[in-house]
Design a protein. Structure first.
Length: 387
């Protein structure tokens, strides 16, 4: 197993394994690997076939050693073009476990081989007689096979070569193809999710059942980069305000619990020391998989909840004042309470005493007709949410 370069067979096989993991699912990538495979086994022909049963357009076959004429003939008379009953190697390989290796002389005699039509079409014109084929992968999703051929003068493959192909190479080849197939599928799905969610003007963050973010759209990325009010760190929405952080965490957990009578309240986020919220974060449960077909194509597998992040515009404070005849001081207090501040925190932010804040709140109760802070927030939050 050497072409005269002095490279030991073991090292050559190691290089082949490394090349397989570095090669994707394209024929152009496997063509040079087929060249190396042919050389490593002192063969006159090497064929690599990959059959994607779910996405046939991704299938390919490459051949090394006999030029384009042989590959054209092979694609016409065997391999992916048709399943021939007289191709004993193909018939044996397609029902065998990965790692299986067959010699054509194990399946029928040389005399029988020479009498077959397949020999006349694919072997005799190139003086091929001996073949060795191995199964790299065989599953409902995809199959892959390695075939080597030798001429009459080169001679039959040995038991050692059969062992090296089956024990040293096929498992790695199958694993590398499966990895690339899975990676390509994931990338295509990610592109689909991103294209759908990136079209939305608001920030969208999708969470798995464990509460970890698994996807954020472009608008969300812009919010994280530009506001300083909220960011995504290690799969978790974070805000500098500990009180706001607790509200975010509770709202997410409520959404992950699934649809119920209590809808998680929006969380308003303001910059440090600011009275007016700049962002509104609304959490929504997604329900069991498949419960909303409209979302099925836009969300990744495992999505359990999402957060919508948008600018907390709504009615301006002057509009609130017009509706309820709030004074500027009462108005500022209401905005802080809706943003999640306690009465003491609101008083501290406004630089007034708690008693003064209580006086403002009492007047607000009189003007709105509610008698509790929770009732006040429930009244004013939908107005601020008006979009």
């Amino acid at each position: 197993m050497s072409d005269g370069s002095g490279l030991p067979a073991g090292e050559r096989l190691t290089n082949l394994i490394g090349a397989a993991y570095a090669t994707g699912l394209a024929a152009d990538g496997w063509s040079p690997l087929a060249d190396e495979l042919r050389t490593a086994f002192d063969s006159d022909l090497a064929i690599v076939q990959y059959h994607d049963h779910r996405e046939p357009e991704r299938s390919f076959v490459v051949a090394s050693g006999l030029g384009h004429e042989f590959l054209a003939a092979y694609e016409t008379h065997s391999g992916m073009a048709t399943e021939r009953e007289d191709d004993v190697l193909w018939q044996a390989a397609k029902v065998s476990r990965p790692g299986s290796v067959y010699l054509n002389v194990d399946l029928r005699s040389v005399e029988e081989e020479r009498r077959s039509e397949l020999y006349r079409l694919l072997a005799k014109p190139w003086d091929l007689l001996y073949f060795m084929s191995g199964v790299a992968m065989n599953s409902p999703e995809a199959s892959a096979y390695i075939s080597l051929g030798r001429t009459t003068d080169t001679g039959c493959f040995t038991s050692l070569e059969r062992h090296l192909l089956g024990s040293r190479l096929l498992g790695h080849f199958g694993h590398s193809l499966a990895l690339h197939r899975g990676f390509a599928s994931a990338m295509r799905q990610a592109a689909l999710y991103s294209s759908v969610l990136d079209a939305m003007p608001d920030g969208i963050v999708v969470f798995g059942a464990d509460g970890q973010a698994i996807l954020a759209n472009r608008a969300a990325d812009s919010i994280f980069a530009g506001t300083g009010v909220v960011l995504l760190r290690d799969g978790r929405l974070e805000t500098p305000d500990p009180g706001r952080q607790a509200l975010l965490d509770r709202a997410l957990q409520a959404a992950l619990a699934g649809p119920g009578p209590a809808v998680p309240a929006p969380v308003y986020l303001a910059a440090a020391g600011a009275a007016t919220p700049v962002l509104r974060v609304t959490f929504s449960p997604l329900g069991p998989p498949g419960s909303d077909p409209a979302l099925a194509g836009a969300l990744p597998a495992g999505a359990a909840a999402l957060a919508v992040i948008c600018t907390a515009t709504g009615l301006q404070p002057s509009a609130l004042a017009t509706r309820y005849s709030f004074t500027p001081a009462e108005e500022r207090l209401c905005l802080l309470l809706v943003a999640g501040r306690s009465l003491q925190e609101a008083a501290d932010t406004l630089d007034i005493t708690r008693n003064t804040a209580k006086t403002h709140l009492g007047r607000v109760f009189d003007k709105t007709g509610v008698r509790s802070q929770g009732g006040l927030i429930g009244l004013l939050a939908p107005i601020l949410n008006n979009r």
